[in-house]
Design a protein around this ligand. Structure first.
Ligand code: ATP
Ligand code: MG
Length: 492
């Protein structure tokens, strides 16, 4: 039987025994230490799976003990508890890597849950790491685009096809879908790769500044133009110019850009000299250009010039199979920034992330990964480390049908059993009912068996045997709670 060990360090003996009495079970051994030095000794000797540590010990500060423990073991979850909580101690405790922070008087039920959570996360990071997607990605020095879904493969094909040509490319897609990344990729794979890739954001600049950035200016062309300046069109000669947010250009600037594209020549602002240039334009926007053209806000002739080739980037939700790889990739990009050598991601996190709608696409996914890295204390990213809003939206959404076999209705069962002349209809109907209501009630109570029994109006033993005997599909987290519950019941 797998045996985990919990070490409790507190100088309050009454509390030590209360914790031991309530948490000790055939699967959890509870060791007690009533001082910091005994605690550290016991830690070295028994290497517990979880530590419960009082912040105020008579002989030393719990934070010092935490640092000593961290020096021996970087991973072990340490739950701190204290009678006094201040922002400073809480921040200090989480900075020093405490797994969680509980207030005295200790709520034994909450403590039990926290220890269970710590144990399962601790296991994730050590013993069962082969079950997890340990992040191994090393982002290449070149442009890395992650995703192997069918829509992305189509995009790769297009990038490959368009890169070797010289025609301009228009990249469309919602905000954050990777338009700039694809623009880079096109340049990087094109024969122009050894020349400049120059990007300009047309939405960020006023009309004059944008024109000066694009075409350059002669000295004195406008107030503040003290020196001649080379524009991006000139600078990008032989390379690629990325016109980002191209729909946000004024119609006057659009006319100038159009002329340049038609003639491949232009004049600097305030100058007469005609400059010839050879640039490939890759433009991008998240706006609906057709709608803008209809309202006279975007020139149709410019649209056709830019849109020699078009890439329409799918929203992240349309390539949700790529989400786990993208999560791993973003974790590998940012983990160092958050001081994490290794990161493990709980399977539940992947499933929440795959269920979410991602209105902000890749950019939002990136920020969720950063949020999780910032909130994860150790090396495990669990559900708790995701932004609250995301967990709530994902829970409120009806479960996806994929993966779970479709359940029959009572009517279907009735019809098929009668048609086939089979028996046991009553049993089959009850089992069908159980399959539908038990998982729903358990999900509603977050896996709390007693509450589920109260709602269902049946005993715990009946519920457990129904779960074991029936082919009832229950979320993994609920099952592990039920197993633990079962083991602790046996212990009493
Ligand atoms: N498929 C992908 N693989 C890896 N990283 C990606 C992928 N797509 C986007 N990213 C990253 O996500 C971030 C947002 O992408 P990008 O800036 O290219 O999107 P965008 O469509 O230009 O967004 P916006 O409309 O907000 O300007 C960038 O850091 C980019 O590197
Ligand atoms: Mg962009």
């Amino acid at each position: 039987m797998p045996l985990s060990t919990l070490l409790v360090i507190d100088d309050d003996s009454a509390l030590l025994y209360a914790v031991q009495k309530s948490l000790q079970s055939p699967t959890l051994k509870v060791n007690l230490a009533n001082s910091a030095s005994i605690g550290i000794r016991s830690f070295k000797e028994h290497r517990p799976d979880v530590v419960l540590l009082d912040l105020r010990l008579s002989e030393a500060s719990g934070l010092d003990v935490l640092r000593d423990i961290r020096a021996i073991d970087e991973q072990v979850p340490v739950i701190m508890f204290t009678a006094y909580s201040t922002a400073a101690t809480t921040i200090e405790a989480s900075k020093s890597g405490a797994f969680d922070y509980l207030l005295k008087p200790v709520d034994l039920q909450k403590l039990k849950e926290t220890v269970e959570r710590a144990l399962s996360e601790g296991k994730l990071s050590t013993k069962e790491s082969s079950d997890l997607s340990a992040v191994t990605f090393v982002p290449g020095a070149d442009v890395t685009i992650v995703g192997s879904s069918i829509p992305m493969q189509e995009i790769y094909k297009k990038i490959g096809r368009f890169a070797s040509s010289t025609g301009n490319v228009l990249i469309l897609g919602e905000s954050g879908t990777g338009k700039e990344l694809v623009a880079h990729a096109i340049h990087h794979h094109s024969p122009r790769r050894n020349n400049q890739f120059v990007a300009i954001n047309c939405a960020a600049l006023s009309e004059t500044l944008l024109e000066s950035e694009l075409f350059g200016h002669e000295r004195g062309a406008f107030t503040g133009a003290e020196k001649r300046r080379i524009g991006k069109f000139e600078f990008a000669h032989g390379g690629t110019l990325f016109l980002d947010e191209v729909a946000d250009m004024s119609t006057a600037t659009q006319a100038k850009v159009l002329r340049l594209l038609q003639e491949q020549s232009f004049e600097r602002l305030g100058g007469n000299e005609t400059i010839r240039t050879d640039v490939r334009i890759v433009a991008a926007t998240n706006k609906n250009l057709h709608a803008l053209m209809q309202r006279g806000l975007f020139r149709e002739d410019l649209y056709y010039r830019l849109n020699v080739f078009c890439i329409n980037l799918p929203a992240l939700k349309e390539r949700e199979g790529d989400i786990p790889d993208l999560v791993n990739y973003f974790v590998s990009c940012f983990q160092k920034e958050f001081g994490k050598e290794r990161v493990f991601i709980s399977p539940e996190v992947y499933s929440i992330l795959c269920d979410y709608q991602w209105p902000g696409n890749m950019r939002e996914l990136q920020s969720v990964v950063k949020h999780a890295l910032a909130h994860a204390v150790g090396s495990v990213i669990a559900k708790e480390h995701l932004p609250q809003a995301l967990i709530h939206t994902s829970l409120n959404r009806p479960r996806r049908e994929t993966g779970t076999p479709a359940l029959l209705s009572i009517n279907d069962l009735l019809r098929s059993t009668l048609a086939k002349g089979e028996g046991d209809l009553y049993d089959k109907a009850i089992r069908l009912l159980d399959q539908q209501i038990i998982p729903a009630v358990l999900e509603h109570t977050g896996g709390n068996l007693q509450q589920a029994c109260d709602i269902l109006g049946i005993s715990r033993n009946t519920l457990k045997s129904k779960i074991r005997e029936g082919s009832i599909s229950i979320e993994h987290f609920v099952l592990s709670r039920i197993d633990k519950d079962h083991q602790s019941l046996k212990a009493h």
